[in-house]
Design a protein. Structure first.
Length: 538
């Protein structure tokens, strides 16, 4: 006996009504962009609100990335509503059958190629819930290969999605729907000429939402509040480097900024270069300079896709002419023997660029931690100073029994800690490394260990993450070099003192003698790129 249904009424709010009533000529539409806008409900209800379930040839599908997400969110919501429209759920096939013959099913594609499981079907309504959890390939492959109209049918063919900022697909979703135009503006694809649109909906647009929820969102830290409450696509939950700032946020310290106006970097600052090569992926090179205050300034970027070794090596060589590098690092895959010819990639790079490189450090966790430290702009908590007062007898005992170095450490423990005056240690010259600036905020943590449920400490790999890999190599080299300088003679400090002296007393003779001596020392520890070679790979 079929249980009696208690009649329910779904009343969409204005933004949901707007999204449901978009013209069918708009092939792709994305909804949401912040927490609390009613995205999942909208995607579930749209096909029945539009009456598609009454059409005998209609077939729709709603995706989530994994089946547990599908089961706990979308399927449960559909069970609240679809029976009222005459739907019968088939648990085995995970789909709703309506009396008209219409079908709405559910899909998931946890792995990249799982989307190909749907190759034998055609759909008129395709919906992606939490679109940023999907890869660009999964979305575009399905949209352009499985969305088709039925012969002799008036059913439109449309794709509708909902999402919040963040996750692995944040970059491509933002580029496809958000960046091209203000929300509510129709975008026409330059290649396919098909139309798409983004409809922003915030928690404050939803009159049915718990007001306490909005109050909790308002109490979040500035960056997170901007993402969840204001729908800001340039900061979001789950970012690894949430302290990274391209622009200054009101209310934060003046030094909380990483992208600064360009300036002429002094020739005597130590230079380093890091390269991450790829063929189908980006080849990325980043040039950095270390200031006397132990800051790393990134002043040049190379980012090209689809280049042969002879091309990108020659181009990097050209950009490096006249430069002197303390260290050049090239990703470790460049030393792999690929059986193509007599030279590995690293040797080809040297041949065509005139630059000799060493293997980059590829400890992903340490690289992530080092980059976090370079991005940090908030001072560390001060060290705890011993409560006891200085004891001369204890000092003498330490000197006799433990040596002079331990004695100095004892004295130092009573000195006030010097403030960190060089935060953040990473600075990027505006306009000089645009791909890197766009990539750093997109880094999110990888999935937790499914066996131990241990939180991931690594950045999840994603399409276009090559600039992140490259900056990992760069900051690790910078950190090592700064450690070496602190433990020995810091040439940069001596040059800075000489510059200040000549500016004060005008003694050019003494200045040039000091520079000659320091230049001689420098030649022993670095090399200059005087020329580069163009040629063909044999």
């Amino acid at each position: 006996m079929t249980p009696t249904l208690i009649q329910k009424v779904w009343k969409p709010h204005p933004k949901q009504e707007l999204f449901s009533s978009l013209p069918d000529s708009i092939f792709e539409a994305m909804y949401g962009g912040a927490a609390g806008g009613g995205k999942s409900d909208e995607l579930v209800m749209l096909p029945v609100v539009r009456g598609f379930h009454k059409e005998p040839y209609f077939k729709g599908i709603i995706f989530r990335r994994t089946y547990p997400e599908l089961e706990s969110e979308i399927i449960l919501r559909s069970k609240d509503w679809y029976p009222h429209f005459g739907g019968t759920y088939n648990e085995e096939r995970r789909r709703w059958n309506f009396s008209s013959g219409a079908i709405i099913q559910f899909g998931h594609c946890e792995h990249e190629n799982d989307i190909r499981k749907y190759d034998t079907s055609e759909y008129q309504y395709g919906a992606f819930d939490e679109l940023t959890s999907f890869t660009e390939f999964q979305y575009t492959y399905f949209v352009h290969s499985r969305m088709r109209s039925k012969v002799s049918s008036n059913i439109p063919v449309i794709v509708r999605s909902g999402t919040n900022p963040g996750n692995i697909g944040h970059k491509w979703v933002r580029s496809r729907f958000v960046s091209p135009a203000p929300w509510g503006t129709i975008i026409r694809d330059k290649i396919t000429t098909l139309k798409r649109i983004f409809i922003q909906c915030l928690a404050t647009d939803n009159p049915y939402i718990d007001k306490n929820y909005i109050n909790r969102l308002m109490g979040l830290p500035e960056a997170e509040r901007r993402a969840k409450l204001d729908g800001d696509w340039y900061t979001f939950e789950g970012q690894v480097f949430s302290d990274f700032r391209e622009n200054h946020i009101p209310g934060e310290p003046e030094n909380a900024i990483h992208v600064i106006e360009p300036f002429d970097i002094p020739q005597w600052w130590l230079r380093i270069l890091a390269i991450d090569w790829g063929t189908r992926a980006f080849t990325v090179a980043l040039w950095g300079a270390l200031s006397p205050e132990d800051r790393l300034y990134i002043y040049q970027e190379y980012a090209q896709k689809g280049r042969r070794v002879v091309e990108w090596a020659s181009e990097i060589g050209a950009l490096s002419q006249g430069e002197s590098y303390r260290k050049v690092s090239l990703c470790r895959s460049a030393w792999q023997d690929r059986g193509e010819d007599e030279l590995v990639i690293a040797e080809k790079f040297k041949k065509y660029s005139g630059i000799e490189a060493s293997q980059a450090q590829n400890d992903r966790i340490q690289g992530k931690i080092t980059l976090e430290e370079f991005i940090r702009w908030a001072p560390k908590p001060k060290s705890i100073i011993p409560k006891s007062e200085y004891d001369p007898e204890e000092a003498a005992r330490i000197m006799r029994q433990q040596g002079f170095e331990v004695y100095k450490a004892y004295l130092k423990s009573f000195e006030p800690e010097e403030p960190e005056a060089n935060l953040p240690k990473l600075q990027i010259l505006r306009g000089r490394a645009p791909v890197l600036v766009e990539t750093i905020p997109l880094c999110i943590y990888g999935p937790n260990n499914s066996r131990t449920n241990k939180l991931s400490e690594d950045v999840q790999e994603f399409d276009g993450d090559d600039p992140y890999d490259c900056v990992r190599y760069l900051v690790m080299d910078a950190d090592d070099l700064l450690g070496e300088l602190r433990s020995g003679n810091d040439r940069r400090s001596k040059i800075a003192e000489a510059v200040r002296a000549v500016e004060t007393n005008g003694d050019q003779t003494t200045y040039y003698r000091q520079m000659e001596r320091l230049e001689s020392e420098q030649r022993k520890t670095s090399f200059a790129v005087k020329r580069f070679h163009r040629g063909r790979i044999r």
